[in-house]
Design a protein around this ligand. Structure first.
Ligand code: NDP
Length: 281
């Protein structure tokens, strides 16, 4: 019988993870099946235990359960502990190991697909929620010159800056509200807010995009988001959505479970095609 894996969340119908992992399994010859599980908002732990008892080997965890996933685990990677959230669970007998692959997924997408050096660059992260928290450590590991965190609720941006200060080494850390960074040119601006999901405008200050800068929206499958639109108006030179990050974080989860690293580029191309077809339909 195939080894069983699943993604769990609420809602879950929109998840692309079953498609991605099925493609990885075909590509690498791994005998797995991967399903999507909708857990009730108050029933995350029970749903995880039921899946494990039914022979499940591991799970991906998405909104709104990433914090619960870390809390449920018996052990966790350093990167998951620092992020305060987990998106991957691996069942090891009676034990649950938790990891967070979102950050490494973003960094691989930026470095390998988008050919951004990160080292020595100036980076602005918009947002201070779970996604922002998960990407700060791997971004700092790339030793940018400056990492600034801007958030609507300014105190959360300051709290993240304090939480990661000891990892900054040669990187200057800054935090504040969006307007505080007007005129401070960045090579990379990452939208890690959830504003794109609701189609809300983001009050991007003028002058945040340096010459040749990349605007990266972690959201995906939404076409040109208000963030990408205003980045274009404010002079960004390159644009990317978060689909590459999604495929890269999935590849890292697959590796954690199976010990095999899939090739991501063809799967990203298939996924983009699938979403484009869906948009047309
Ligand atoms: P959270 O709910 O944890 O955080 C939301 C953040 O967005 C907060 O900082 C919040 O600010 C800010 N925000 C929400 N609405 C607005 C607005 N209208 N204007 C300004 N700021 C706003 O969400 P996550 O961090 O989990 O997710 C953020 C995004 O990242 C989502 O779009 C998600 O889909 C995406 N994501 C993509 C992944 C990928 O693989 N591509 C992986 C993980 C996440 P405040 O604190 O003031 O409320």
């Amino acid at each position: 019988m195939s080894d069983r894996y699943a993604v769990i969340g609420h809602p879950i119908a929109h998840s692309q993870s079953p498609f991605i992992h099925a493609a990885f399994a075909r590509q690498t010859g791994q005998d797995i099946c991967y399903e999507a599980i909708l857990a009730p908002l108050d029933g995350f732990a029970a749903a995880v235990h039921a899946f494990r008892q039914a022979g499940g080997k591991g799970m991906n965890v998405t909104l709104p359960f990433k914090l619960d996933a870390l809390a449920l685990a018996d052990s966790a990677s350093e990167r998951a502990r620092r992020a305060g959230a987990a998106n991957t669970l691996r069942f090891e007998g009676a034990q649950i190991f938790a990891d967070n692959t979102d950050g490494i997924g973003l960094v691989r997408d930026l470095r390998q697909r988008l050919a951004l050096p990160l080292t020595g660059q100036r980076i602005l992260i918009l947002g201070a929620g779970g996604a922002a928290r998960g990407v700060i450590e791997p971004l700092l590991a790339a030793r940018p010159a400056l990492l600034a965190i801007a958030n609507r609720s300014v105190e959360k941006a300051h709290a993240l800056r304090t939480a990661f200060a000891e990892l900054a080494e040669s990187t200057a850390l800054a935090s504040g509200g969006f307007a505080d960074f007007a005129g401070a040119a960045f090579d990379l601006v990452i939208n890690a807010t959830s504003a794109s999901l609701g189609g809300s405008e983001l009050a991007l200050p003028a002058g945040v995009f340096a010459e040749g800068a990349l605007a990266y929206d972690m959201a995906y499958g939404l076409g040109e988001t208000p963030f990408l639109k205003s980045a274009c108006a404010l002079g960004a030179a390159r644009f990317a959505d978060g689909l590459g990050m999604l495929v890269e974080q999935a590849a890292e989860s697959f590796y954690l479970w199976r010990g095999v690293r899939p090739t991501t580029a063809p799967v990203l191309a298939q996924l983009r095609e699938r979403l484009a077809q869906r948009e047309k339909a």
